[in-house]
Ligand binder design. Structure first.
Ligand code: SF4
Length: 468
């Protein structure tokens, strides 16, 4: 069978970073590898990068199954795309998967979507493809029965009222098939790093921050891939830069040191970026130095706040002192610190000033500041679900940029203006422009500049449209 795997383009109202960086669709590359291992053929279409409409690609082969990867903001988009697949050829089966479907599969309940994958798609695919292969595509009633049978019997395929399957704590699958995205790969980047691939070395996180969606996906579990296998995968990556997409890579000191040793032993010369907690960085400066020496370029740290009150309220289990120490260690080692920050609903102008003043202490922090967003499935959602100003159904606006909770100390427009002020007084200051130009060249500079202009425009639009 031929299977088409599609990464959707986000809804035009969603604010995202695609105007400045696009990561490779690793989840689809994994599925493609699995599908081919099972004896079928897979193609991947990245609609973020394609100029042509989905129908053009549907016409290239006789596809049996069309699968979409979806995040929260894509819900309406994939419903629409799925409807278009059926309009193009009613015999094609549509399937949705991804992290939002794992935690909130009911959001995809729609007659236009045939199958929603709630469990590990790599496992579900095997049985699902066997049953689909046995169905006659021209017999619509028979096919409907097969789909119903798939929903009822295959673990991981969602059906209303069916239990979420137990989490699989191992990942014994082939490497993602990066050949399937060959024609797009020159466009995959992360922050300043052009030509950047992605890799996953572990799943989940054992911490318990109450706003965090990652822990909902793995139900607060954490498990790791074997590091030798990870290094073998590193060896197959052609790009000079790699984004390690683990929820938290900096967790176990011994594992991180072993990773450094294996990188050296295999003589891998790549620049890479990881996610980590501030407390790990603060407690392990020697490990950070080892990582720097084997190619670490930047660490994305969930700093979240420079106030003890806010850190406690989101359950971060860290402190301002730890945050400051972590940023200093990273910068003193000559690396970048990407600081994830959360603007709380009760913030006034002084709170935004506090963040700006803290950030000004450091050399060149790069920030991502977002209003507190109570994502469905998190403890934070339960806390704020009665105070939402955007309905759940407006999925495209749940983009970690739009305000979901009404600010208490200022108008929404003022809140957005202050978020922009933090960016422009820190990460987007003139010094940073010169730095990108000097260190990363014109290509990266114009890519980032294009993104800054696009996102600033979206913020200005939100400010204009915000009710006082
Ligand atoms: S925010 Fe980071 S540290 Fe906290 S639970 Fe999520 S992944 Fe773990």
């Amino acid at each position: 069978m031929n299977i088409l795997l599609v990464r959707p383009k986000p809804h035009k109202e969603s604010i995202n970073l695609h105007s400045m960086m696009i990561c490779e669709p690793l989840e689809l590359e994994y599925i493609a590898a699995r599908v081919e291992q099972l004896g079928h053929h897979a193609d991947i279409v990245d609609l973020i990068l394609e100029k042509r409409a989905l129908e053009y690609f549907l016409a290239q082969k006789k596809y049996t199954l069309v699968g979409f990867a979806s995040y929260l903001t894509h819900v309406a988009v994939v419903k629409d795309l799925s409807g278009r697949v059926h309009a193009f050829d009613p015999s094609m089966v549509t399937m949705i998967g991804g992290v939002h479907a794992e935690v909130n599969p009911g959001d995809f309940y729609d007659p236009r979507i045939d199958l929603v994958i709630q469990g590990n798609a790599m496992t579900s695919m095997e049985h699902l493809l066997v049953l689909l292969e046995g169905a006659d595509p021209s017999d619509f009633e028979g096919r409907a029965r097969v789909l119903d049978h798939i929903r009822s019997t295959i673990p991981g395929v969602w059906r209303k009222g069916k239990e979420r399957p137990p989490l699989e704590m191992e990942f014994p699958f082939s490497f993602p098939d990066r050949g399937k995205t060959r024609k797009y790969r020159k466009n995959y980047s992360y922050s300043y790093l052009s030509r950047c691939a992605s890799i996953k070395t572990s799943f989940g996180c054992p911490f318990n921050c109450n706003f965090c969606y990652c822990i909902c996906i793995t139900q607060k579990n954490y498990f790791e891939r074997d590091l030798r296998e990870v290094i073998e995968e590193f060896k197959t990556i052609e790009e000079p830069n790699v984004y390690v997409v683990d929820d938290v890579f900096l967790l176990r000191r011994e594992r991180v040191l072993e990773f450094c040793r294996l990188m050296e032993e295999a003589d891998i010369n790549k620049t890479f970026i990881v996610f980590g907690r501030a407390d790990f960085v603060a407690e392990n400066p020697d490990v950070m130095q080892r990582l720097r020496d084997v190619g670490l370029h930047a660490v994305f740290v969930g700093i979240e706040a420079f106030s003890e009150k806010d850190l406690i309220s989101i359950g971060k289990n860290s402190s301002v002192t730890i945050n400051v120490r972590a940023i200093e260690i990273i910068e003193n080692l000559g690396m970048h610190c990407y600081c994830g920050l959360i603007a709380m609903p009760d913030w006034d102008r002084d709170d935004f000033d506090n963040v700006i003043n803290f950030l000004k202490r450091f050399k060149r922090p790069i920030i991502n500041i977002q209003p507190l967003t109570p994502l469905p499935g998190t403890a934070c959602f339960e806390q704020y679900k009665n105070q939402l100003v955007i309905p759940r159904e407006r999925h495209e606006l749940w983009d970690l940029a739009h305000l979901m909770i009404k600010p208490l100390a200022m108008s929404p427009a003022e809140f957005y203006r202050n978020i922009m002020r933090v960016y422009y007084k820190t990460s987007l200051g003139p010094g940073m422009h010169l730095h990108i130009l000097r260190k990363h060249g014109l290509g990266a500079y114009f890519r980032i500049l294009r993104g800054i202009i696009a996102i600033s425009g979206q913020y200005v639009k939100m400010i204009r449209e915000s009710r006082p």
